[in-house]
Design a protein around this ligand. Structure first.
Ligand code: IVH
Length: 735
């Protein structure tokens, strides 16, 4: 991923980039919070969020309504009722070093300076790596349990939480407040996690990534019986709304929770000095690997509730608490072999298969080796590359997982290298189809691309199947019920070879039924073998009524007239993402026109003689179009596809008579009735040109609150300035 430095972005590029980041981060949020299946590491996620912030700092005008910087955590998933927390559920500031901890204590001392002889105490306890939950007790009875959600609004998962043995349904003892929200962490032990994984593997079921994500998934079950089967645990460590303090201090409050029937961490202590806190941190760290559940640091809190209240909060975090994180966990293992995976665009991706090793509670068996140069440790000019590592089969390696989902190799233990280990020879042919695999020269830099790619394109089964998966994916044709799994099945059964075959599947109903039935049989067989039970009432394949199949065929038929931009994106042409596909759709209006221009461009000596100059489309895309439309093999595929599918022409409803038609408009400041991109799209539909900066060519400036330098330039140049409402009236949308 080559990223442009933020300082070099123009305003319109920044707007594009913010849009892309908002979508990308939202997708990762969804994978993390809603699916509990993240695909990037925390560090990579943070890098995206930081880039978003850096661009917003440079272009405060461009901050989007849906900007990730305006959200905390993920919105609640659909399906559960929402619960507004009476007192928000906060997160914790982090400390990584002893110095960070000293700074935290120093800030406290300074804050309470006027009270010099104040006796500040702290608590120290493990930071459990699970999910927080809030449990509302009224008169000692559990009435509602909720997830954290975005901190303000969570999900009502009362029924699921009630299945957890560590959570009392009614409080024991006496003296509890009339109403109190007890907060703590739901987690899964390693033993339970491994047992679940083994049960699942036996039936060929889901693979589970780590205990935390699995606990999250277990809590979000529609059926509480499933949650119950997962044997989740709970530690109470805090509280939200309450009609009375449980006790005057944090420590004593948590001890009261234990009296009321909760499990509380046995590793919680009260301490007076930084030395005591750090000593306890190391004690907990020593016990970490034998606790049987994931912890990722130690939480320090000011003990006296009175002082907690005085010191208060910053955005989303208490000032009076900090989480002292553990360094990333590392482990040693050996590289057993190196496999090459082939992606949609033919990229050969090397993966090291490791002797399984547990790091941070998760068994790691694979780790990416990125590309050819990374494995050698230097590039094709012999220059050492950053983070590159000379990894060989048989090597002992140190791997690390920093609360991250994606493990990485930190180093090779050269002293332990077998005498006969040889440098890895990266294949120059595709392991799937045997076509030559080459490295392209980047036209801009003149350097070789670090990736080697298979040149087999559609004759390569790996590329073909990845291409089909892409074709039906969400931003593309988005065919319901036809996910990656079914594509693989149909491809392997020889039922779908190219995208056109998807639309004729219906004609091969018996074969489709057979493929699905065989898969079911296989799964049932595995399940049986795992449980030792035999099935009763086995129905024959013919007897089965695949109601699902009619639905699938209907979903396929429903996509025979896709929007042009989706269709272009679905073709999977290199470098053509959703945004570029939309630009092309707008420019060419019909697929026929895009094909015509694409083919002519492919034939032309200089593509610029044929291909129009379009804002946002550069040489990389033009060359990709040339390659695609110049390749005869793609002709047949496209023809067959277009015999089945008729992309809708892209209609731009330019109202010629519009008052703003032909004018150059600039939006600045905050828009209150629509987002920037809506405003832009609307203006363009009316035939206006939307510019990013004000110049003598500007006809009209629409300024909202917070407008700055652009407004000033406009006034200086004597350009007409109107507000959002006037704009809406002018384009006939005013109320
Ligand atoms: S106290 C007012 N104590 O860490 C402070 N949180 O990064 C509220 N967590 O959302 C949190 N162990 O899920 C606290 N012993 C502990 C914790 C703990 C784990 C989690 C909790 C919270 C997150 C904040």
């Amino acid at each position: 991923m080559s990223e442009r430095p933020v300082e070099s972005l123009s305003e319109s590029e920044a707007a594009e980039e913010l849009k892309r980041l908002a979508a990308e981060i939202a997708e990762h949020d969804r994978r993390y919070h809603t699916e509990d299946a993240p695909t990037i590491s925390d560090a990579e996620y943070d890098a995206l969020a930081r880039r978003n912030l850096a661009i917003e700092e440079r272009f405060p005008d461009l901050v989007r309504e849906d900007s990730p910087s305006r959200r905390v955590g993920a919105p609640p998933a659909e399906g559960f009722a929402k619960v507004r927390h009476a007192v928000p559920m906060l997160s914790l500031a982090k400390a990584y070093t002893d110095q960070d901890v000293a700074d935290f204590i120093e800030r406290g001392r300074r804050f309470f300076d006027r009270d010099r002889d104040l006796d500040i105490a702290f608590t120290a306890e493990p930071k459990i790596d699970g999910l927080s939950a809030s449990l509302r007790y009224e008169n000692g009875v559990l009435v509602q349990g909720a997830t954290r959600g975005d901190g303000a609004v969570g999900e009502d998962i009362t029924a699921n939480l009630k299945t957890i043995a560590d959570i009392p349904k009614t409080l024991k003892g006496s003296g509890w407040p009339e109403v109190i929200e007890i907060r703590g962490e739901v987690y899964m032990t390693y033993a339970e996690f491994e047992a679940l994984k083994a049960r699942s593997a036996a039936i060929g079921g889901l693979d589970y990534v780590n205990p935390r994500n699995t606990a999250a998934g277990s809590l979000r079950q529609k059926d509480p019986a499933v949650t119950a089967s997962r044997n989740l645990k709970f530690f109470a460590y805090a509280w939200g709304y309450t009609t009375a303090d449980p006790a005057p201090t944090q420590y004593d409050s948590v001890q009261r929770f234990a009296e009321w029937g909760f499990k509380v961490s046995p590793l919680m202590v009260r301490a007076k000095s930084i030395d005591e806190l750090i000593a306890h941190y190391h004690r907990i760290e020593e016990q970490r690997s034998s606790l049987g559940y994931d912890i990722d640091g130690v939480v320090y809190k000011i003990d006296q509730l009175e002082l907690q209240r005085r010191w208060g909060f910053v955005t989303g975090e208490p000032r009076w608490a900090v989480a002292h994180k553990f360094p990333a966990e590392q482990a040693m293992t050996t590289v057993q072999k190196i496999d090459i995976q082939v992606g949609r665009t033919g990229t050969l991706a090397p993966v090291a298969r490791l002797a399984p090793v547990t790091v941070g509670g998760v068994v790691v068996e694979n780790v990416t080796l990125h590309n050819e140069d990374y494995i050698k440790g230097f590039d094709s000019n012999g220059q050492p590359i950053r983070d590159g590592i000379d990894v060989r089969i048989g090597d002992t390696v140190v791997i690390q997982r920093a609360g991250d989902v994606i493990p990485q190799i930190v180093s090779v233990v050269i002293d332990m290298r077998p005498a006969d280990a040889v440098p890895y020879e990266f294949p120059h042919t595709c392991p799937v189809c045997g076509s030559p695999a080459t490295r392209e020269i980047n036209e801009k830099t003149g350097k070789e691309d670090s990736r080697r790619r298979c040149t087999g394109e559609l004759i390569c089964a790996a590329q073909a199947v990845e291409g089909l998966r892409h074709f039906v994916s969400r931003g593309a044709l988005d065919i319901e019920g036809l996910g990656a799994e079914n594509i693989d099945l149909f491809f392997n059964a020889g039922l779908v070879k190219t995208a056109a075959d998807i639309f004729t599947l219906k004609d091969r109903r018996p074969a489709v039924t057979k493929a699905l039935a065989e898969r079911r049989e296989e799964q049932a067989r595995l399940r049986e073998a795992a449980s030792g039970k035999t099935r009763k009432n086995v129905r024959s394949v013919e007897e089965r009524n695949y109601e699902g199949l009619d639905k699938l065929f209907a979903a396929i038929d429903a996509r025979r007239e896709p929007e042009l931009d989706r269709f272009i994106f679905a073709l999977g042409i290199r470098h053509i993402g959703e945004t570029t596909a939309a630009v092309l759709a707008r420019q060419f209006s019909t697929i026929e026109e895009l094909i015509r221009v694409g083919k002519e461009t492919a034939k032309a000596e200089d593509p610029h003689d044929v291909f129009p100059s379009i804002n946002g489309i550069g040489d990389t895309v033009i060359n990709a179009l040339r390659d695609f439309f110049g390749n005869e093999r793609n002709d047949a595929v496209l023809d067959a596809l277009l015999a089945q599918v008729h992309p809708k022409p892209y209609v731009v409803e330019i109202s010629a008579g519009s008052e703003v038609s032909g004018k150059t408009v600039v939006f600045t400041g905050t828009l209150e009735k629509m987002t920037r991109s809506e405003a832009k799209a609307m203006a363009e539909r009316l035939g206006a040109k939307v510019a990013g900066s004000v110049s003598a060519k500007t006809d009209l400036v629409v300024a909202g609150p917070g407008a700055g330098s652009k407004l000033k330039t406009a006034t200086d140049l004597g350009i007409e300035v109107i507000d959002e409402d006037t704009w809406l009236q002018r384009i006939g949308r005013g109320g």
